[in-house]
Design a protein around this ligand. Sequence first.
Ligand SMILES: [Zn+2]
Length: 319
Amino acid sequence: MNYFFLPLLPFLFPIPLHAWSSLGHSTIAAIAEHQLSSSARSQITAVLSQGRDPDLPAIANWADDVRAAAAGRGPLSEDPEARDFNDQFPTNALWHFVNLPLGIENYRLSSASHSPNNVVHAIQHCIAVLETVDNHRADFTKLQALRLLVHFVGDIHQPLHCGTGFYDLSDPSHPVLLTDPRRCGDKPNDRGGNDLWYGSEPNQELHALWDDALVYAINQSPDYELLARRLETTLVHSIGSTSGDYHNWPEQWAVDSAHVAQNAYRSLTLESASLEGQRLRISIRLAPDYLEVNQRIVAEQLAKGGVHLAQLLNVIKWR
Ligand SMILES: [Zn+2]
């Protein structure tokens, strides 16, 4: 039996609502932690010493906690640093994703590439801060940049944080997914699957399924070290390096994720669409084997995220 094809329990028990789940982010950070060069490790230890967290998994969810704090929720809702950060960067919720057409070939061909508020630019900005000598000029502290970098490299490997379905809705009773990226333009999109609903419960939408249910389907435990070790014995060795200037790696990762995201749309049926104000809502039906088919892809993306994060942390010119 394939190790990852486990029973479909996630539909049966409540699942915490987080982007790429805290389990996914901590797992990616743990895989990266195990692959650090000695010099990257000592640089990271020095940056971490400015705070209280001991390692990369411990900081991997800070960005989500800061975003939740802006809405008065979560463990940082009373945290002065989170409050100051949200005051200074009120658009930071946009840094977790980029809406690219499925299967796009080049990040720079997308209109989304022109916005400074997306996950590609956020990662590039974190690298810039960590490579800045005079940190007084940088807008993040180095510790904040490291926390954000670890999180966003995780997010960019969640396929639905980069790939987004665009639609022809000329007949709302038959929404048509556009498969040619050049036809997407300013057509309505589903915001990374957030507007695709397979049930009426608040988290029964496709994005949350990929953030949470599919990750828990692989592990069925919140133990990220366990999941990291599983991925290290099965998939991590098969993940290659990214080529070219590492400052541009996030562009390649986002395009790769927008390709992988095509899988999320394969074994589902679009039923009907409605526009409630500006808000699109499309009812979908998932194939019975949807989780089984896509668990393997999620496992590969977690492994990729961990390997790519380590490669980036090992090559950054720390200052
Ligand atoms: Zn996130």
